[in-house]
Design a protein around this ligand. Structure first.
Ligand SMILES: Cc1cc2nc3c(=O)[nH]c(=O)nc-3n(C[C@H](O)[C@H](O)[C@H](O)COP(=O)(O)O)c2cc1C
Length: 344
């Protein structure tokens, strides 16, 4: 297990700068452009995994599992990632394949006994050794769909802990979907036991784009999402609190920040992609952030060839060659030409 993209040094705690939780939540973006040659400290990867290990899980189920892969150990790995994530996957030095393991349910009774043993659960809350022994394992009581739902939510908690640890330590991450083929391939590639369900691939590395990804990404209005007492009755927001949250950097400047289009197109060229991959529409403020108008989805305003060219200087030096996205419409053809068979 070695990679020139990994650093072994472990600093003193006093040398480590971290973002606090609120600022890390507010600063986190899905990062889709990475510094492909910039090594990542191994201890930061360990910190992410430890953060995932510390996440809450229903009944202390602890089904979260992760397989870490270093890109330069397996440069072709992007070929079975879904199309919108292929170039992200080529750039990121570290990939983490997140799974949940249903076999945790076999020992969940023991795990709850352990919570009682160590003083997390007490008699006053109704916990008794024999009651727990009689109720668990849960799969005898609950249908499969529920077991998967619980395990997937637990995994989500763990992943988010890892993401926030990464953000707090200056790293970028993005979760990436994997197509049906990727799912099959992942099982074989990592020798996943039958009880493992592969869920998401996470890219990790130092952002090549702005750490703040050109601003915080659009969300529906707060009042459409959160209620007081009953649905439809918005949880009251206090302007003073909103301002405080801005000062604490939980709420940050919305996308697109000035210069974002230029940044995207500069990165496109820097990584060796042709002009046909330059983003050729005008960036504008979110349509959903301050409006309930979700059906008024307007086409973007196209930019002329000259306007697109003007977003990026001619003399950009290419320092990493990305293989262009193979769109899902043609992936079967691509795989056939490369001699990659189903299940490889
Ligand atoms: C479970 C999950 C899967 C995702 N899959 C992809 C993906 O395949 N490709 C991608 O570019 N982004 C993916 N994302 C990132 C989302 O698009 C992103 O979280 C969302 O647009 C909000 O932007 P933000 O994360 O920068 O705030 C995924 C996010 C989650 C939580």
């Amino acid at each position: 297990m070695s990679s020139k993209l990994l650093l072994d040094d472990v600093p003193q705690a006093s040398q480590v700068k971290t973002l606090n939780t609120l600022e890390a939540i507010g600063s986190r973006r899905s990062i889709r452009w990475y510094e492909p040659h910039k090594p990542v400290e191994k201890w930061k990867v360990q910190a992410m995994l430890e953060a995932a290990r510390r996440a809450p899980s229903a009944g202390n189920f602890n089904g979260q599992r992760a397989i870490v892969v270093y890109r330069d150990d397996d440069p072709e790995i992007w070929e079975f990632i879904s199309d919108w994530s292929q170039i992200t996957t080529q750039m990121a030095p570290i990939l983490i394949f997140w799974c949940y393991d249903l076999s945790g349910y076999d020992v969940q009774g023991q795990s709850i006994h352990d919570l009682m043993r160590t003083g997390a659960l007490d008699k006053a809350h109704g916990w008794e050794y024999d009651r727990v022994s009689n109720l668990f394992p849960l799969p005898g009581l609950l249908p499969d769909a529920i077991m998967h739902r619980l395990a997937a939510i637990d995994l989500g908690n763990a992943i988010q802990n890892a993401i926030l640890a990464a953000t707090s330590l200056g790293l970028g991450t993005c979760l990436n979907g994997a197509s049906g083929g990727a799912r099959r391939n992942t099982k074989a590639k990592f020798q996943l036991p039958d009880t493992y369900v592969f869920s998401w691939l996470m890219t990790v590395g130092y952002p090549a784009e702005d750490f703040y990804g050109g601003g915080s990404r659009p969300r529906p209005p707060f009042e459409n999402m959160f209620f007081y007492g009953k649905v439809g009755n918005p949880f009251p927001q206090d302007d003073k609190a909103t301002n405080l949250l801005k000062d604490l950097k939980l709420i940050q400047e919305p996308a697109p920040k000035a210069g974002r289009l230029e940044e995207l197109n500069r990165l496109t060229k820097r990584f060796g992609l042709g002009d046909e991959w330059l983003t050729d529409w005008k960036l504008e403020p979110s349509q959903q952030e301050h409006s309930t108008d979700v059906i008024g989805d307007k086409r973007f305003q196209p930019l002329s060839e000259a306007e697109v060219k003007a977003t990026v200087p001619d003399n950009i030096q290419v320092d990493f060659e990305l293989k262009p996205t193979v769109k899902r419409e043609v992936i079967d053809k691509y795989r056939k030409e490369k001699g990659i068979s189903e299940g490889d």
